[in-house]
Design a protein around this ligand. Structure first.
Ligand SMILES: NC(=O)c1ccc[n+]([C@@H]2O[C@H](COP(=O)([O-])OP(=O)(O)OC[C@H]3O[C@@H](n4cnc5c(N)ncnc54)[C@H](O)[C@@H]3O)[C@@H](O)[C@H]2O)c1
Length: 228
């Protein structure tokens, strides 16, 4: 599901190149009715809903002291309301299945550390609250709910913020591993949490961030200077 048809089509091409089937639903996750339709389309096409990954999100750097109501609603609407209503319909499907299901929510380091993005931060911390709540409530229904907390990745979202070579070097230097992450780094973690090998894991919050969350500013400083 993507509101950007072209982005969705590219993902479908990658899936086809891997010899697998896919179904693209072009819709906006902030619209609760679109969430219902997307889950219904998946159920009709595949007969069950085994995995939901709440990944769609937008960033926002509007400062809290200038926050516009529309901007707050836009970001919370996509990042948090979207995850809630996709989960609502996926849960209904998963609860009725003997094999249950798995939900993986994509949070962000910006939900736990300040990146001067208050609406985004609140939406991502909200994602962690939702993860814990759903994990606690739906475990007995065979549904596991976990979260991945990505660090700074090289994706279109990051490139829209700063695509410069300097920006990429600084983002890499800010973490203990000193390298840049990609969407694939997050995807491998999601694959694990969604699969049967994680059958005894629910309510977990897994950082995939090259160690960004544990890094104190002072030891990182020399690496940041070198990257400049
Ligand atoms: N890029 C990073 O450094 C980074 C860091 C931490 C967390 N994350 C999280 O990882 C996830 C993926 O981010 P990304 O970097 O790939 O972003 P991206 O902007 O490259 O991709 C996001 C996708 O979501 C889609 N989308 C946006 N709004 C939508 C809506 N209302 N309805 C349906 N689809 C919508 C976009 O069209 C796009 O294809 C997001 O949850 C993001 O918050 C990213």
């Amino acid at each position: 599901m993507d509101r950007d048809r072209e982005a969705g089509r590219r993902t479908c091409e990658l899936i086809a190149a891997d010899g697998e089937k896919s179904l693209l639903e072009v819709a906006d996750v902030s619209d609760a009715e679109s969430c219902r339709k997307a889950v219904a389309a998946a159920t009709t096409a595949y007969g069950s809903v085994d995995v939901l990954v709440n990944n769609a999100a937008v960033t926002s750097f509007m400062p809290a002291s200038d926050m516009a109501e529309e901007e707050w609603s836009r970001v919370i609407g996509i990042n948090l309301k979207g995850a809630m209503f996709m989960s609502k319909w996926a849960l209904k499907a998963m609860m009725g299945q003997a094999h249950g299901g798995a939900i993986v929510n994509i949070a962000s380091g910006a939900g736990l550390r300040s990146f001067a993005s208050p609406a985004y931060a609140a939406s991502k911390t909200g994602i962690l609250g939702l993860t814990a709540d759903l994990a606690g409530t739906y475990g007995r229904h065979g549904v596991r709910v976990n979260a991945v907390v990505p660090g700074m990745l090289n994706t279109p979202m990051a490139r829209r913020i700063d695509a410069s070579e300097r920006g990429r070097k600084l983002r890499s230097a800010a973490s203990p591993l000193g390298t840049e992450g990609t969407g694939w780094d997050v995807a491998w973690a999601v694959l694990f949490l969604a699969g049967d090998e994680a059958r005894w894991i629910t309510g977990a919050v897994l950082p995939v961030d090259a160690g960004m969350l544990v890094a104190a500013p002072l030891p990182t400083l020399p690496f940041m200077r070198d990257a400049e």
